[in-house]
Every structure is written in structure tokens, then in C-alpha cells.
Design a protein around this ligand. Structure first.
Ligand SMILES: [Zn+2]
Ligand SMILES: [Zn+2]
Ligand SMILES: [Zn+2]
Length: 491
């Protein structure tokens, strides 16, 4: 299957024509243009004829005359420009045009009907079909297509309430916004999942394992949009559900589309999406799907996030694991029965975590890592409390040199466990050594100990991030590969 992305932008494109925000300015300066969405599958199935599809096809060097099927998701203007049916009429060599089949919700078909030569409709040269949810349709090209209900505000779950639309459908139960699944003759399967909010279980129940998922991520960090779209908060949880259902698996290529300037500039967006096994699609990009070979085990990812108090480090760590079907959250703090303020902090963290995550309270991180499998994510929050607990348990607060020996030994054991771990491991720690040297001996000891721990663990991590003011800075360290002694160089 060959999937050409004709447009990967939301309704106003990206850069937004009237906007000079950082996200638009970056896109403009780099020449990264995202037109309204449209996809061409194997040159013969066009999904969503957007207002930009003619120019996008020209840029991609393709002609759309080979498209024998047009699949329309819904009638919003950014997905349906009926004038392309007129453009098709104006072809000079009419005889070269084959018959065309169009599938879409009734409100979309009502929009395009006035733009089609009536003679073509009566001759059957162009056939319009209202979608039937869940039905498998065989297309002229040998592909099959299936419509799934979108959650897009055109009636609850995409189902209209009576009288809401001027569509000609006699069936009030016809969906008005759908997602198109397309399967090639040799079994490769794509889902075009825009526009939609989080998918209801009824939609997930109709889904099958995918080779390509094109999924919308319209609103980025704008979470109060109040629309039926996905954003950087809801997308990872949808992916976690689809992974739990086996619809998205190790070989599924997941690409974000319908992107808007509510997203951070592309490098930061790419960083955020990469943690979820996806990436931003680019206009003109071709995704070639080959027949699935045997499954490859996901690469182990070890990530350390450090930062000051309230820097956003825990939230970032939670985001990084959010698209995993199975997440183990490891709380390293020993219970503090008599500290109400502490209990409140813990409650805030707990309230943010999805109910599907498993929480373990332990300082035995080596055993937790040994038990993790390749598809698991383990979030350890945090090494600061873990180190403090080790000093408590070894009763070495008054013997700093002994405390450092004990904690370093445990940190090396943890580093070794990390080296052998599988899955995605995200560790949170604190940056406590900055600022003025504390006058308090215990505080000085703790800064020393945590400096040791962070350096030892950092060496074993693939990525290290510094969280500051709610943002994270990647601390790229190709250098770590050149440190000859991974565990012994600190003293
Ligand atoms: Zn849209
Ligand atoms: Zn903007
Ligand atoms: Zn829409």
C-alpha cells in the first residue's frame, strides 16, 4: 500500500495565514507548509477532497484521474471542496476518465450533488453512496473500505439528531461524520482517523489491527478547545487504548495529521510525539507499507528527567509513558502518616494518573525493572525520595561519607538493572545541587548524594531531560558514549 499525504494541516492550515505565533513563525521560516487534509491511497482511493487537494496533488506530481473512489469523512469545508467535481468535468480528454464512486455521509453528498453533471449521475458514471457504518464495501480498485463513527460533534457520537441536517437522507440514523478504514487487496490496512475526539468504545469495537494509522492531533497544548478533536493530552490515551485492543501494534505506523498552530513548533512536537511512537506527518510524504514481517520487539528506552521543585518534571514523565497500554507507576516515597501537606502533594499526583496504571510503592527498583517486559512502561517517581529512603534505612545521616558509599552502591545496582531492563523506563529526579551551598550538614550531604545518583543513572540513560518552568530541555549526550568507565569515574 502506498499512502500519499496530500495535506496534514487542520482547517486553517499551518502556518495559519493570519498568525505570527512562535509555532507559525517557525513553520514559515523553515518553509514547512501544511495544507488542509487529504490522502491518496495507491493512486486510486482519494480520502477527503479538501480545498487544497488540487494544489497538493500538483506539488506531489500526481494526477487524480486514476482515483476511482472518493471517500468523504464529513461535510466540513476543510475536508470537502465540491468544486473538484466541476474540475473533473473540465478534463480535455473526457474518454480517459473512468467511472467514479463516492461514499460519504448524506450531508456531504448533498453538498456535492449540485456540482455534478446530472447526466453522469443518471448514467451511473458517477455513483454516490451513503455510508453504512461497519459495512465492508468493495471498491473498483479491489480495495475494501469500512466507515466507523467519528466523535465529531455532528450529533452525539457522530449520529445526527433528527432535523439537524439539511441532508436528503431519509434515514435519521445515518452517521454524519465517519473515519475511513481502507484495506488493500493483499490485506494492508489504513485508518484515516480525522476529525474526531477520543473514540467511543462502539467505534473501537469495529476496528481491526492496522498497518497505518493517520490520526488527528489538532489542538496541541490548547486543551480547553471544547471541540470534538484530539490534542496532546487526549491523543496518547487514545493510543494506549488502541494498543491495549491490539489495533495499534509494534508494526503499525502511526502518523499525526490535521495539525494546527496550537501545536508547539515542529521540533518540540516531534519530540513529544516520538515518545508515543508517532510523528507529525508532512505534506507530500509517501508512506510505503510492505507486507508485515514478524514482529520486532520495541527498543528499550531509558529516560531520566531532572529538574527543580514544580518544574514540570513529573508531568513530563507522565506524558512520556501515556501512550503505553501497560504502565507501572513506582512511588518511591515511604508513607508519611503525620504530614497533611505531603499527603496533598501525593493526592495531586495520584489524581493525574489514569486509573489503568498500576501503582507500586517500593524502594526495590531493581526488582521492578527486572519484571518489566518489552511492551511495558515503568515510571519511577522519584530518585530523590529513593535516595533519602536509603539514607534513612542505613541510618547514615550523621556519617556523610558512609552515606555516599551506601547510596552510590545502590545507584550502581540500579544502573546495572537499567542496562538489562526492557521496555520504556522513565526516571524522575531532582536538581538539588544548584544555588548556595546549604549551611545545614544534612542538606549538604543530600545534595552530594543526589549528584552522585543522577550522574550514575544518567550514564545508563538513552535520553536525559532538564525540566525548567514547565518546559523540558533535551540534554543530548552523544558524549556519554565516550565516557570509558560507566560506573567508576565518580568519587
Ligand atoms: Zn477538519
Ligand atoms: Zn499561529
Ligand atoms: Zn470537521
Amino acid at each position: 500500500m502506498r499512502v500519499l499525504l496530500l495535506g496534514t494541516g487542520a482547517a486553517d492550515g499551518w502556518p495559519q495565514p493570519f498568525c505570527r505565533c512562535a509555532s507559525c513563525a517557525y513553520a514559515r521560516s523553515e518553509g514547512i507548509v501544511r495544507a488542509r487534509s487529504g490522502v491518496l491511497v495507491d493512486d486510486c482511493v482519494l480520502i477527503d477532497p479538501s480545498p487544497d487537494v488540487t494544489v497538493a496533488a500538483a506539488h506531489a506530481g500526481v494526477a487524480l484521474d486514476t482515483a476511482r473512489t472518493i471517500l468523504i469523512g464529513h461535510s466540513h469545508f476543510d475536508h470537502l471542496d465540491p468544486s473538484i467535481f466541476l474540475a473533473r468535468e473540465w478534463v480535455t480528454k473526457q474518454c480517459a476518465l473512468g467511472p467514479l464512486v463516492v461514499h460519504g455521509p448524506s450531508s456531504a453528498l448533498a453538498q456535492i450533488r449540485p456540482w455534478i453533471n446530472p447526466a453522469r449521475l443518471s448514467s451511473g458514471d458517477i455513483a454516490l453512496h451513503e455510508v453504512v457504518i461497519g459495512a465492508d464495501i468493495t471498491l473498483p480498485s479491489g480495495h475494501s473500505a469500512r466507515a466507523l463513527p467519528a466523535e465529531h460533534g455532528l450529533g452525539a457520537n457522530g449520529w445526527p439528531t433528527s432535523g439537524q441536517h439539511s441532508g436528503e437522507s431519509a434515514h435519521s440514523d445515518m452517521p454524519e461524520a465517519v473515519l475511513w478504514e481502507v484495506t488493500s487487496a493483499d490485506g494492508q490496512r489504513l485508518l484515516h482517523a480525522t476529525d474526531t475526539g477520543p473514540l467511543p468504545a462502539s467505534t473501537r469495537g469495529l476496528m481491526r489491527p492496522l498497518d497505518v494509522l493517520l490520526v488527528e492531533e489538532t489542538f496541541g497544548d490548547t486543551l480547553d478547545h471544547g471541540t470534538a478533536h484530539l490534542d496532546l493530552d487526549t491523543l496518547p490515551h487514545l493510543l494506549a487504548d488502541l494498543r491495549a485492543d491490539g489495533i495499534v501494534h509494534d508494526l503499525t505506523e502511526v502518523v499525526a495529521i490535521h495539525l494546527s498552530h496550537h501545536n508547539p513548533p515542529e521540533p518540540e512536537l516531534t519530540r513529544r510525539l516520538t515518545a508515543w511512537g508517532t510523528r507529525p506527518g508532512r505534506d507530500g510524504e509517501v508512506i510505503n507499507v510492505s507486507v508485515a514481517t514478524e514482529s520486532v520487539e520495541p527498543r528499550t528506552q531509558r529516560v531520566l528527567i531532572t529538574g527543580g521543585a514544580r518544574s514540570g518534571k513529573s508531568r513530563e514523565a507522565e506524558r512520556m509513558v501515556a501512550s503505553h497500554a501497560k504502565v507501572t507507576y513506582v512511588a518511591t516515597a515511604a508513607p508519611r502518616g503525620d504530614d497533611a501537606e505531603w499527603d496533598d502533594r501525593v493526592a495531586v499526583h495520584q489524581g493525574r494518573r489514569p486509573s489503568t496504571w498500576t501503582t507500586i510503592e517500593t524502594a526495590d527498583l531493581v526488582s521492578v525493572l527486572a519484571a518489566a517486559s518489552a511492551h511495558d512502561a515503568v515510571l519511577i517517581d522519584c530518585l530523590t525520595l529513593w535516595a533519602s529512603r536509603i539514607i534513612d534505612e542505613s541510618e547514615t545521616w550523621d556519617t556523610p561519607s558512609q552515606a555516599r558509599v551506601v547510596v552510590r552502591e545502590r545507584a550502581r545496582e540500579l544502573a546495572s538493572a537499567l542496562a538489562h531492563a526492557r521496555g520504556t523506563i522513565v526516571l524522575v529526579t531532582n536538581e538539588v545541587g544548584s544555588g548556595i551551598m546549604p549551611v545545614n550538614a544534612a542538606a549538604r550531604l543530600f545534595a552530594d548524594v543526589l549528584g552522585d545518583v543522577n550522574a550514575i543513572i544518567s550514564r545508563e540513560c538513552d535520553e536525559v531531560f532538564l525540566a525548567v518552568a514547565g518546559r523540558v530541555i533535551p540534554m543530548h549526550s552523544a558524549l556519554s558514549a565516550h565516557v570509558p568507565d560507566r560506573q567508576e569515574s565518580l568519587s
